[in-house]
Design a protein. Structure first.
Length: 520
């Protein structure tokens, strides 16, 4: 009896994936070289929480990024780069596995990766290539130990620190605990250069993953940049303005979040402002840009600049006042979009712009293609190298986004979103609230929620249907759940209306009973 019960339960639990076309993650790493391919050296540079538009060449008023600008000029700007979940660890896990969050199941920033997870550098190592990891790993807070796939390792526990928090604080350098010697961004650049130096006379192709702690909060610029942007004028987005009612049919959770750790009225539970935070953020970003310059300079010194692929990307976006929020997590553009530029003079023409939507899940297949290794069939992403070379290849028309509720930051609900070229549909799962539909061409700031407009009912229904079909196909119909861990940041500031909840959307209100036959 028990056995039958267990079997039925098993079928029910895995029903979501049973009908999908997804290839399971294999038990072993089997690296297949592409016949005749020239393995290329690759440097992948990741930053933390860098939003897509905070780069000089895009015209951001506070961003000073000459090296990112130079990469776009000499190479490729992937202007529509996104992350499938806008949160540090889930996004990093997608980069390293090529999988959506519901497949790698790293749904928060606290827990280590589940057993059986395969990181793409394991395939590179298996092929005999040199692999180095330098910087923030952040899947699991408790360990700084070297992870599978890397033969050179510099990292630290959890978020790491801009400066060492105490005299005994250490980072892990190839298994040895050494003191953190200075400001984190420049320190990581030095280790990146050390790894590159070691490759000088080696025959092996190499892959370097340089993963910055910056520009994650608390935004801490290097002393030479602190205060450099304090007088530069800029204005917050219009959507930072507080709504006094809910006639625009925005979600109640969104309006409530304004007075929370992740909102304009109580940012990070501090008395700071979005303006002040953005200035320090852009000042801290200047050192990340310097780091790119240091790496490029080193490649030139070694005579391998022209044939090395360098990719720069952010792990998720960040809002400074958009929708009244301070943070990421949500499916809105400023949260889910990331900066991405890449260069390799042997591969790409300078000034190339890729319009297609590329994502964190595409990084692993892209690096593997550049290094002449077949993409394993279980990966969800796809190499974007051909797009940057102007090839016409089949590509995604719709981009699928997920975020799973975190117990320790309870402000943002589980949600699923589908982004096409014209419309974005977002559904909030498990809360009594409104979904959203935006015309992202006419309304790129996502202010006009069309979900209750009868003129858009057909589009809403189509997007909803397509979203659930895609979830089914991709194996995403089961919501991963984690037990509580970490302190819950659920406070609200009383003087800014902390005890009051937001109004329901206007479209939910009716003036008369709907079921007259029940009236007595
Ligand atoms: Ca992040």
């Amino acid at each position: 009896m028990n056995r039958i019960h267990t079997t039925l339960l098993g079928v029910a639990l895995f029903a979501g994936t049973a009908f999908s076309d997804v290839t399971p993650v294999p038990d072993d790493v089997v690296s297949m070289k592409v016949p005749g391919a020239k393995p290329r050296n690759v440097v992948f540079i990741l930053s933390d929480d860098h939003r897509y538009d905070a780069m000089g060449f895009i015209g951001h008023p506070l961003a000073r990024t000459p090296n990112m600008d130079a990469m776009a000029k000499a190479g490729v700007h992937l202007k529509n780069a996104f992350v499938t979940t806008s949160l540090c660890s889930p996004s990093r896990a997608s980069i390293l596995t090529g999988l959506y969050t519901f497949r790698h199941r790293v749904i928060d920033n606290q827990r280590p990766v589940p057993k059986g997870t395969l990181f793409f550098p394991q395939y590179l190592q298996e092929a005999g290539y040199a692999t180095g990891f330098v910087g923030k790993w952040h899947m699991g807070h408790a360990s700084d130990e070297p992870r599978p796939g890397f033969d050179y390792w510099v990292s630290f526990k959890g978020q790491g620190n801009y400066y060492p928090p105490g005299p005994n604080y250490t980072i892990n350098v190839n298994g040895e605990r050494v003191p953190q010697d200075g400001y984190i961004t420049s320190l990581l650049s030095r280790y990146a250069v050390e790894f590159l130096e070691q490759q000088k006379d080696r025959e092996k192709p190499f892959f370097l993953y340089l993963s910055h702690k910056a520009v994650h909060g608390p935004f801490t610029p290097e002393p030479k940049y602190a205060g450099t942007l304090s007088e530069v004028p800029f204005t917050l987005p219009a959507s930072a303005q507080k709504l006094t009612d809910n006639k625009l049919n925005r979600p109640r959770w969104l309006l409530d979040q304004r007075n929370s750790w992740h909102g304009m009225d109580f940012p990070l539970h501090s008395g700071s402002t979005a303006e002040a935070l953005l200035r320090s953020y852009c000042e801290a970003l200047r050192s990340v840009d310097d780091s790119i310059g240091t790496v490029i300079e080193q490649l030139k010194k070694m005579g391998i600049h022209d044939d090395t692929l360098v990719i720069y990307m952010g792990d998720n976006g960040y809002m400074f006042g958009e929708h009244g929020l301070i943070d990421k997590r949500v499916a809105y553009e400023t949260s889910s979009r990331v900066p991405m530029v890449m260069q390799c003079p042997e591969l790409f023409n300078g000034g190339t712009v890729v319009d297609e939507v590329v994502a964190n899940i595409d990084v692993a297949p892209t690096v593997m293609e550049a290094m002449g290794i077949e993409k394993p069939p279980h990966m969800d992403g796809k190499s974007f190298l051909p797009l940057a070379q102007g090839e016409e290849i089949p590509w995604r028309d719709y981009f699928f986004y997920v975020y799973y509720w975190e117990q320790n930051y309870p402000q943002t609900p589980t949600h699923f979103a589908l982004r096409g070229n014209h419309y974005k549909y977002i559904t909030y799962y498990g809360v009594w609230d409104t979904d959203e539909l935006f015309d992202i061409q006419a309304d790129p700031e996502e202010q006009n929620n069309l979900i209750h407009d009868p003129a858009f009912a057909k589009i809403r229904n189509e997007m909803q249907k397509r979203l659930y079909e895609m979830m089914e196909d991709l194996g995403g119909m089961a919501i991963p759940v984690n037990p509580p861990r970490g302190r819950q940041q659920n406070k609200r500031l009383r003087s800014r209306g902390g005890v009051n909840a937001a109004d329901f959307p206007e479209a939910f209100a009716v003036d008369k009973p709907l079921r007259k036959e029940l009236r007595k």
